[in-house]
Design a protein around this ligand. Sequence first.
Ligand code: ASP
Length: 618
Amino acid sequence: MLVRTHTCGQLRESDVAATVRLNGWVNSYRDHGNLVFIDLRDRYGITQLVFDREDGAAQSMMDAADKLRNEDVIAVEGTVRVRKGGENPKLATGKVEIVVTSLEVLAKTDNPPFLPDDLAKLPNEELRLTHRYIDLRRPSMQRVLAARHKVYQVTRRYFDEQGFLEVETPILYKSTPEGAREFLVPTRHVPGSFYALPQSPQLFKQILMVAGCDRYMQVCRCFRDEDPRADRQAEFTQIDLEMSFVRREQVMQTMEGFVRRLWKEMTGIDVPPLRRMSYREAMEDYGIDRPDTRYDLRIRDVSDFARTVEFGIFKSALEKGADRPRFNSKKGVVKAMRVPGGADKLTRKVTDGYTEFVKGFGAGGVAVVKVIKGEDGQPKLDTGIAKFLEPRKAEFLALLGCEVGDTVLFLADTYSVATKAIGELRQKVARDMGLLPAPGAEGGPWNFLWVVDFPMFEKNKDTGKWVAMHHPFTSPTDEQMQAFLDADPDDEVTIEGIVSAGYDIVLNGQEIAGGSVRIHDRAVQSKVFKLLGLTPEQAKEKFSFLLEALSYGAPPHAGIAFGLDRLVMNFVGTDNIRDVIAFPKTQIGADLMTRAPSPVPEAQLRDVHIRALTPPAP
Ligand code: ASP
């Protein structure tokens, strides 16, 4: 084989007259009879090859060149010269070409289902995933792989400098109720028993702290058998971290340093110190615990004002949970969002659509009012619930700082329903109003923030049971520790008010990292398990290893995990998670290239003591 001396992205004018060898794929060819041009491509770039009969190319080689087709794999030897046809400024090698003297066809291709061409319209994703090896040849996909690789390198370098040890943790793990549904793996050796694939290495990293590892990191795969979502994969990658002898502050500083380093190396920009926002502030102003702060659109609690308005829907909402404290999920509230310029843009049809939209989040509908210019030139309330607000117009306008041209949208329901619904609505309105900024040169604007002081527990709507908002190993804040230990498990209001020592990093409305100070005290951990409805026997069965480890000298520890796929999505500017994973699965978890999951022979099932209830589709 004519082994390459250079890559297809390497040759420059300074190489003119050199004899070189290149290997690669035929990216395109132009055949002028006695003159054949081939663009040869590899991961590094494209170089033009010339087969020229008049330049002395042998007829046999001309015949072979003539038969080359897109995606054939070839090796050539030849001489570098300045391009006769003039420079191609689009290519790094665009000043030169190679006059080929020898050609070796390394592999002929079948007719490809599509060409890995970034300029042509992309084929549908199913075809791309089925023939991922062709799709990945596209220069833009090669850039994604390179960006992802760089994220790994910067990550490992930074955490190595900070004294973290990379430790691998098992993939075949124990089934533990950590939050998400697990993938199970049967084993031949123990009939009826299963491994689970880890949702995250959470407990191993905590146990590594008990084991004296002090600072742990791992770029690791996590598995969650969750319902499909556009930005999720059942199998995804985390940058997983844990630190000993720290409180929240030290973790936040170390991780902020990482974010700054990563953004500097990936985009060249200097991330300013991250702003901090409490969960409560996020929920109050943005209706979500991962607010998108690239645009303003604030939400206001206008319950006190709404109490003075004779409007049935406000009144009945405010009667709900009237005796409950502020921010309690079951207390009735009225929330409002002022949309500057909405009076024109948000037509009746659009706002009717909002009512349908919020029904999806359990709310009854959206009340609307517009602020228009009256005949007297003064602001006038129009449409929707204008007549109910009219008697209190001045107060209303002042309360929200309304101006002519605004629309105000209201949500009246329990705190949890109204907050969730208006938070989702805020994002929709932002899109409808065109408030999302277009990406700049370095991909930004990048709006980072820490969200802190989350509640420890929330009620699962379907089961009515408490669930840990982060995970069951998250500690209450130091200040709330005693209140937590003293709390009566049946005292719903108090339990809902316990604040955890969790923290998330939010970027442009996405959670890119989440973590917490952990429980390192066995009694506190047992109380959490109890609240989550585990009997002492169940807790022992599931978590005895953790509880035991906690009783043999556990240092205070805390950690976090970054979603690596999401980080890469930001750097390469895609909102499709499949674009940043070499071999992703579809939304229903299928690998179209290998055709996994797939049925297995009866005998193989018998080996692992399993009988399928549903026979495989033929
Ligand atoms: N294990 C957690 C998760 O996967 C992250 C952490 O708390 O460190 O979300």
